[in-house]
Design a protein around this ligand. Structure first.
Ligand SMILES: [Ca+2]
Length: 172
């Protein structure tokens, strides 16, 4: 089940961030865009933002150009338990550039939990098996659906994921 629980837009003078955080099984998926605002008054803006995230491991989509890695194309990021901080400053503008320019950059990352209970076990078992190809209605393209219970990011839900779940078992 997919439950969007947050959609946030921050409007600053120098930058904007817009993202959603969606709970999918054991993970929370963050997707969004940051814009740097280059204006006559400020031609080299910088942004920094801190996400309050649930406890867990920082990962990314298993089907991407960099499988399993978070997509955080900024100058710097730092993940600590419960917090992810990003920093991005604009490169110098070319002399002929018209202002204002709003430069966007997309990001996405997952926080996947590392402690599990009996409810998680039954959800993992119900998603057991290889990824499925979803026959999307025209004009969308068909796509491969990987269960969020693929805990190790190899796209299949199998014994390796079960082992991770059992290793993080908690009766609390
Ligand atoms: Ca797997």
């Amino acid at each position: 089940m997919i439950t969007p629980f947050l959609a946030l837009v921050c409007l600053g003078g120098e930058w904007t961030i817009d993202y959603t955080a969606t709970v999918e099984g054991p993970r929370t998926v963050y997707r969004g865009t940051v814009w740097l605002h280059r204006t006559e008054e400020n031609t080299s803006p910088c942004m920094s933002y801190c996400f309050d995230v649930p406890e867990g491991k920082l990962t990314g989509a298993s089907i991407s150009s960099d499988p399993g890695q978070p997509m955080l194309p900024f100058d710097w990021y730092d993940y600590r338990e419960g917090e992810l901080e990003i920093v991005w400053c604009s490169p110098p503008i070319s002399p002929n550039q018209f202002l204002p320019v709003y430069t966007p950059r997309n990001f996405s990352f997952h926080i996947i939990k590392t402690t599990f209970n009996a409810d998680d076990l039954s959800q993992l078992l119900s998603d057991w098996g290889p990824p499925s190809v979803v026959d999307a209605p025209w004009p969308q393209n068909d796509y491969t659906f990987v269960s969020p219970w693929d805990l190790n990011g190899d796209t299949v839900v199998d014994g390796k994921d079960l082992a991770i779940l059992l290793a993080g078992w908690s009766n609390e």
